[in-house]
Design a protein around this ligand. Structure first.
Ligand code: DX5
Ligand code: ZN
Length: 218
């Protein structure tokens, strides 16, 4: 499965997002990760569909929207129309996951679920056949630049094993939180193939960092 590097705009310079996105393209990033926070599900407020729209017009990279919000169904259509190509919702925030995943797919957008670091993995096992990808958080969602929580590895290994044993190998595993150039390979070895990184890429030279992350994965 292709390894995909997904810079998280949460750590970008918001005063010059166009330049940051061009740098992501230049360095060969695969996705743009867009963190949506509502001040309810997580203790922080960020950005929404109004900003996905102009960003999706200025890049060919797929926009991966991570919805850390309650009642995501109310906004899924807006994100899809704004140009999101991947949408993940948190299982802790959604009572009718089956319906929500089908709703996301109805817009021809890849559907994913996100799990907080100690949310039982059985949610992922039950939902996997309806998902294009599963996002395993390796920090408590809400902020960039937090410390990586090590339980990710055993969770990713168990999930990848489950997927491979159940004809679901095509379901991608995304890791988000504390992903750096020097630990990304271990995450790939545990079964992840989409690597979200904020502070690990935007601190210092973004282009060099993305290339170094690609090298670390090769
Ligand atoms: C955290 C967000 C992440 C965040 C990761 O709630 O979902 O995408 O930007 O930041 P780093 O890579 O700095 O941990
Ligand atoms: Zn995220």
């Amino acid at each position: 499965m292709k390894n995909k590097i997904a810079p998280s705009l949460l750590s970008a310079n918001f005063a010059n997002l166009e330049l940051e996105i061009k740098r992501c393209e230049e360095a060969g990033a695969d996705l743009i990760h867009f963190d949506v926070m509502d001040g309810h599900f997580v203790p922080n407020i960020t950005i929404g569909p109004l900003l996905v729209d102009p960003i999706s017009r200025l890049t060919k990279l797929d926009i991966d929207c991570h919805l850390m919000i309650t009642e995501p169904d109310r906004y899924i259509e807006n994100f899809a129309l704004a140009g999101a190509k991947m949408l993940s919702v948190h299982v802790e925030a959604v009572p009718h996951l089956h319906r929500t995943l089908a709703y996301i797919k109805s817009f021809n957008v890849k559907a994913g679920i996100a799990l907080n670091p100690i949310t039982p993995l059985c949610f992922a096992f039950e939902a996997a056949e309806y998902c294009d990808f599963i996002l395993l958080m390796s920090v408590n969602p809400g902020f960039a630049a937090q410390s990586f929580i090590d339980s990710f590895h055993k969770r990713a290994r168990a999930l990848r094993k489950f997927l491979d044993e159940n004809n679901l190998s095509h379901v991608e595993i995304e890791v988000d939180g504390g992903v750096k150039i020097d630990n990304v390979k271990e995450m790939a070895d545990s079964g992840a193939n989409i690597f979200v990184s904020g502070s690990g890429l935007f601190s210092g030279d973004l282009v060099q960092n993305i290339r170094a992350m690609r090298e670390a994965l090769s």
